[in-house]
Design a protein around this ligand. Structure first.
Ligand code: CTP
Ligand code: MG
Length: 238
């Protein structure tokens, strides 16, 4: 069995949320977003250790939240970079794993990830079918590609489109190599699959997740988060 680590990236500024602080610390029903996210990985026996990446000014508060919510698997809280990709790279360097270790990279801002999907992701990578996989859901809207003037240039077939989420999981060697190449080339991507797709020949498998795994991004998402929690409470989805 490979050792499984999780890197939780939480080093953004939450500009679109506009809360005047890192959105990871916003409480939803009394529990900060980041604590909800960490709890999922904390409670999974498959996950050995967790690394949290955050802004330098948030490290102290992050440690406090981790302690206050009884999260034991976080072995370090480190400083991120000015892009998500740099934050992930800092995390990968700190992890310094064995080549065949599995690393799960997850947005701190996705507190509603369900353990069953993380488990499926891990088993896919362990099954040797693939070395890279990510959670995603079919898009609901028809997506248009537009040109520089705002006119539609093409309409991709909706059945072939997936909205990718996190976690995204990889063998350590593969993702470290891909990120190192991306860094050297000065490429910047918003997700780690794109780094792997662009800088390795490995195919990345998509595992169907669910629509509850939203990324808390704008104020509307906080209202949506309330609804998700309410549904879980009343629907007994656990
Ligand atoms: N992230 C990070 N380091 C960065 C930028 C983002 O670790 N330099 C993390 C965020 O903390 C978040 C995840 O990547 O958990 C997804 O990013 P996003 O939703 O864009 O969060 P923010 O960058 O904080 O928000 P915004 O873009 O609105 O400022
Ligand atoms: Mg951002």
């Amino acid at each position: 069995m490979s050792s499984v680590s999780a890197i939780i990236v939480a080093a953004g500024s939450g500009t679109r949320m506009g809360a005047g602080k890192n959105k990871q610390f916003i409480s939803i029903r009394g529990v900060p977003v980041i604590a909800r996210t960490l709890r999922v990985f904390e409670n999974m026996p498959e996950v050995e250790k967790i690394l949290v990446v955050t802004r330098a000014e948030d490290i102290e508060e992050m440690r406090r939240v981790i302690q206050c919510h009884g999260i034991k698997k976080v072995f370090d809280v480190i400083e991120g970079g000015d892009t998500r990709q740099k934050s992930v790279m800092n995390g990968l360097e700190r992890l310094s794993g064995e080549d065949d270790d599995i690393v799960l990279i997850h947005d701190g801002a996705r507190p509603f990830i369900r353990a069953e999907f993380v488990r499926e992701l891990i088993s896919q990578i362990e099954s040797e079918n693939c070395e890279a996989a990510a959670i995603g859901v079919p898009v609901k809207d028809t997506i248009k590609q537009i040109d520089d003037h705002g006119f539609i240039s093409s309409t991709p077939d909706r059945d072939s489109l997936i909205s990718v989420q996190t976690p995204q999981g990889f063998r350590y060697e593969l993702i470290m190599k891909a990120h190192t190449r991306a860094k050297n080339k000065g490429a910047d991507f918003t997700d780690d699959c794109a780094v792997a797709e662009s800088f390795t020949t490995e195919r990345v498998m998509i595992i169907k997740g669910d629509y509850r795994n939203i990324k808390i991004t704008t104020p509307e998402d906080l209202a949506l988060a309330e609804i998700i929690l309410e549904n879980e409470r009343s629907g007994g989805i656990n």
